[in-house]
Ligand binder design. Structure first.
Ligand code: NAG
Ligand code: NAG
Ligand code: NAG
Length: 199
């Protein structure tokens, strides 16, 4: 009796877990040679966040395991954002909201990876700018994709950290070894006061 109950419970669990995450793909795409997640997103109007979340079981966080010929899902039915913007240098979240006439609440709702300061927006990132809610929830067991600027990507907006002035490079000192006392122009000014009298 006891054993059969346990066995039933173990069987029931995967079925329950499966139905809880049941989603239908609304668009599929076959990966081509030489593509990267953000290039696919830009070409097919999929946000960076959406592509990562929808494929969290097959594409790794750095998007280094795409296989040419493999089929990926671009969006889930009812959660598929198809109005997108490819981030350019100088873009800000406020600027994007204004351009597409959506409020920032909706922009952040549909792009949950963006920080409140909007300092993790990067050039080439694809954001959802749809005028209504269109966002796939983050699966429980995965971390937020695109929350940090990928290595090598360029931040869209100068951040607080990078606006700290870089140390001023020390100018290469002028060649000051010309100390031969022959009253040439450089020495005349600073080092050899008698040069004035000679001229
Ligand atoms: C992506 O959106 C743009 C602008 O709305 C549209 O011109 C283009 O046809 C769309 N591309 C795809 C693949 O849906
Ligand atoms: C999260 O869980 C799903 C369903 O169990 C699994 O398919 C997927 O690989 C998991 N993802 C990660 C990032 O662990
Ligand atoms: C933002 O826009 C959405 C969609 O138009 C709307 O439902 C929501 O009330 C707006 N929120 C604010 C704070 O204006």
């Amino acid at each position: 009796m006891f054993f059969s109950t346990v066995a039933t419970a173990l069987f029931a669990l995967p079925l329950f877990a499966q139905s809880a995450v049941a989603t239908t793909c609304s668009r599929t795409y076959t990966v081509q040679e030489g593509e990267w997640c953000d290039t696919i997103s830009a070409a097919h109007n999929v946000s960076t966040y959406q592509l990562a979340v929808v494929n969290s079981d097959k594409i790794n966080k750095a998007c280094t395991n795409l296989q040419a010929g493999s089929s990926i899902c671009l969006g889930f039915q009812g959660e598929d954002c198809t109005t997108t913007h490819v981030v350019k240098a100088g873009d800000t979240c406020d600027g994007i909201s204004n351009t597409y006439r959506i409020n920032s609440t909706l922009l952040y709702h549909n792009n949950p990876q963006l920080t409140a300061e909007c300092d993790n927006l990067y050039v080439g990132e694809v954001v959802c700018v749809q005028g209504d809610s269109a966002v796939s929830p983050l699966p429980d067991n995965s971390s937020m994709p695109a929350a940090t600027i990928p290595p090598g990507a360029i931040p869209a907006t100068p951040t607080k950290a990078s606006s700290t002035p870089a140390p001023t490079p020390t100018p290469v000192p002028a060649d000051d070894d010309d100390d031969d006392g022959d009253c040439d122009e450089e020495e005349e000014e600073e080092e050899l006061p008698w040069c004035d009298e000679l001229n």
